[in-house]
Write a new protein. Structure first.
Length: 267
C-alpha cells in the first residue's frame, strides 16, 4: 500500500479516535474503515493511553491503557475495538455503509460516590447500521445508529459527525472531528434518569429526561509517522452535554475533556 494512502487513512481514523475513546458512553459512535487498499486485507494494532471522565457527566477522571486493534477483510467484513464487528456492503472506497454488532459498555456505580444508589448499567450487545462518506481527500462524513443500550436493552443512539485531516509536513498530519449524539428516552433514562427506587436509594429527586441531544464533541489530533506503517498520535477532545443530560442529578459537570496518546502499527 502506498505510504501516502496509509498515512491519510490512519490519520483520519485518529481524528475520529478522539471521539471514540474518551468515555465508554461514546465508544463505537462512528465507523472508519482504514488501512486497507481496495481488494486487500489490512488492519492496525497498537496501544492507547487515555485520560477521561469516569462516566459521561462525571467531574472525576480516570487514566487507563488498552489495545488499539482492528482488522478488515477484502470481502467486506471487519472487526475491531474501534468499529465493532460488521459488514461493509460498498465496494466504493469513498463510501462505506453496512450493519454491525457493537456493545453498550454500561456504567458501574460502585466506584463513584455520585452514582451510589443508582445501580449498575450492565454491558449489553447492540445492533445497528453505519455510513461513512469521503467526498474529498481528508474529509469524512459519518453517521451511525445503534439499538440495545440500557437495562431494558431497547435504547437507541444516533451519531452524526464530520472529520477532516490535512498534511502539515511529510510525516505530520492534523485531524479534527465534530460530532453530535442523539438518544431516545430509554437510553437517556438509563444514563441520566432517576426512577423511584433509585431516588429512594440515592437521595436524588425523581428525574425523567426527554429524548434528544445527548452531547456534542470536538476532537483534535496530531499524528506523526515514524515510518510508513507506524504512527504516534496525540488527541485532545472536549464535549458538552445537552440540556436533558446536564440537568440530571448525576451530571456533576456539563463539560468534559479527554486526552489520548496512541502508538499504532498498520499491516
Amino acid at each position: 500500500m502506498p505510504a501516502s494512502t496509509s498515512t491519510t487513512r490512519l490519520a483520519l481514523w485518529s481524528a475520529l479516535l478522539g471521539v471514540v475513546l474518551p468515555t465508554a458512553a461514546q465508544t463505537f459512535d462512528s465507523v472508519q474503515l482504514h488501512n486497507a487498499a481496495p481488494g486487500a486485507d489490512g488492519g492496525t494494532i497498537g496501544l492507547a493511553i487515555v485520560s477521561t471522565p469516569e462516566y459521561l457527566g462525571s467531574d472525576q477522571r480516570k487514566t487507563l491503557g488498552f489495545p488499539a486493534l482492528g482488522y478488515q477483510w477484502a470481502n467486506g467484513w471487519f472487526a475491531g475495538l474501534d468499529n465493532g464487528v460488521g459488514y461493509n456492503f460498498s465496494k466504493n472506497p469513498a463510501l462505506h455503509y453496512g450493519l454491525r454488532l457493537t456493545a453498550d459498555l454500561g456504567r458501574p456505580s460502585g466506584d463513584n460516590a455520585a452514582l451510589r444508589g443508582m445501580g449498575d448499567v450492565d454491558a449489553k450487545p447492540e445492533v445497528g447500521g453505519f455510513v461513512t462518506y469521503a467526498p474529498a481527500e481528508g474529509l469524512a462524513l459519518t453517521g451511525s445508529v445503534r439499538w440495545g443500550s440500557g437495562p431494558s436493552s431497547n435504547g437507541t443512539v444516533v451519531n452524526l459527525g464530520v472529520g477532516y485531516s490535512v498534511a502539515l509536513a511529510p510525516q505530520w498530519r492534523l485531524g479534527t472531528q465534530l460530532s453530535a449524539t442523539l438518544a431516545d428516552r430509554q437510553h437517556m433514562q438509563s444514563y441520566f434518569g432517576v426512577d423511584a427506587p433509585q431516588a429512594a436509594r440515592s437521595g436524588y429527586a425523581l428525574y425523567t429526561p426527554d429524548a434528544g441531544l445527548r452531547d456534542t464533541r470536538l476532537g483534535v489530533s496530531l499524528t506523526y509517522a515514524l515510518n510508513p506503517r507506524t504512527f504516534v498520535t496525540t488527541i485532545v477532545s472536549g464535549s458538552v452535554l445537552g440540556d436533558a443530560a446536564k440537568n440530571s442529578p448525576v451530571a456533576r459537570s456539563s463539560n468534559a475533556n479527554a486526552a489520548v496518546l496512541a502508538l499504532t502499527y498498520a499491516f
